[in-house]
Design a protein around this ligand. Structure first.
Ligand code: GUN
Length: 281
């Protein structure tokens, strides 16, 4: 049976390391503060925002919470971001997505000062990642790199195949694996003969958004399989993009859902906040 890559354990380890670092920074007079903005009251967003604030409290990061009504105008939201950009005590600004339809997501992302863009969504952050310069990296793909490294999985020289080309996961994942000297292929809905391509992968990252689509027919024997998906199956149980029971017996390592990639996203957000505060000094 494969090695189960335990994201819950690895994220807990990262949070412990950050907690120690924040305590040391406090002694040196440096505090860490994240501003979290939610517009409207989408229940899923409320859960995510709550978990982010809880993680901040655990690590010793101050969180400022802005719960704005659904009717908030884009102008009002951009004005708040502008104020937070100017505040010296705020190290990170996070606007929970999606925002209501009357607000441009792109305008919001661009309004956040790149040095406070702890989500790593600003075009300047993405551009910096692309050309190997300093900048914040999108949390989910950054978390996947940590999962691989901390599980002793070598990336250099490996065939890495990503299924999905989103701005938040697929594209930054490709750039990060490339930075680690992987040989990278990005596949998507228009890829011809997808199985043929994914079967080449030593490291396969599934970020398709379709429950249990990836069966063993897509996987080479002995591959490392990373599952970014999170869905509820017909019995209301959580499942990923990968058909875990079918794939696990043929791969060498796999992330479970839940408890794989999911917990890493918040850990890396916390890491970006701490880094932002440290860089300001
Ligand atoms: N909505 C879903 N995932 C994310 C995320 O990583 N960051 C933000 N800001 N919103 C999200």
């Amino acid at each position: 049976m494969p090695k189960i890559i335990n994201g819950k354990e690895i994220s807990a380890q990262i949070k412990e390391e950050l907690k120690e670092k924040v305590a040391e920074m406090k002694k040196a007079g440096i505090s860490v503060c994240l501003a979290v903005i939610q517009v409207g009251d989408d229940p899923a967003s409320s859960v995510y925002v709550g978990n982010k604030k809880k993680a901040c409290a655990y690590i010793g990061i101050t969180s400022l919470s802005y719960e704005l009504p659904e009717e908030t105008t884009q102008e009002e939201l951009l004005a708040l971001i502008g104020e937070l950009n100017k505040r010296k005590d705020v190290n990170g600004i996070l606007v929970q997505l999606p925002v209501p339809e009357h607000i441009s997501e792109d305008a919001v992302i661009r309004a956040i000062a790149p040095e406070k863009d702890v989500d790593g969504f600003h075009p300047q952050s993405v551009g910096a990642l692309c050309i190997g310069q300093q900048g914040f990296v999108s949390c989910t793909p950054a978390g996947i790199i940590q999962l691989l490294k901390r599980s002793g999985i070598e990336i250099a020289g490996k065939e890495c195949v990503i299924i999905g080309r989103s701005n938040i996961v697929g594209k930054p994942m490709a750039l990060l694996l490339l930075r680690e000297n992987g040989t990278v292929t990005v596949t998507h809905s228009r890829t011809k003969d997808l199985k043929e391509v994914t079967k080449r992968a030593d490291i396969l990252v599934a970020a398709v958004g379709k429950p249990r689509m990836i069966t063993r027919e897509y996987v080479k024997e002995g591959a490392v399989v990373i599952d970014v998906g999170i869905h509820r199956n017909e019995n209301n149980k959580l499942c990923g993009d990968v058909d875990y029971d079918d794939v696990a017996p043929v791969c060498s390592a796999i992330t479970p859902v839940p408890g794989g990639v999911g917990p890493m996203t918040i850990a890396m957000l916390m890491n970006n906040c701490v880094e932002s505060a440290a860089l300001r000094q």
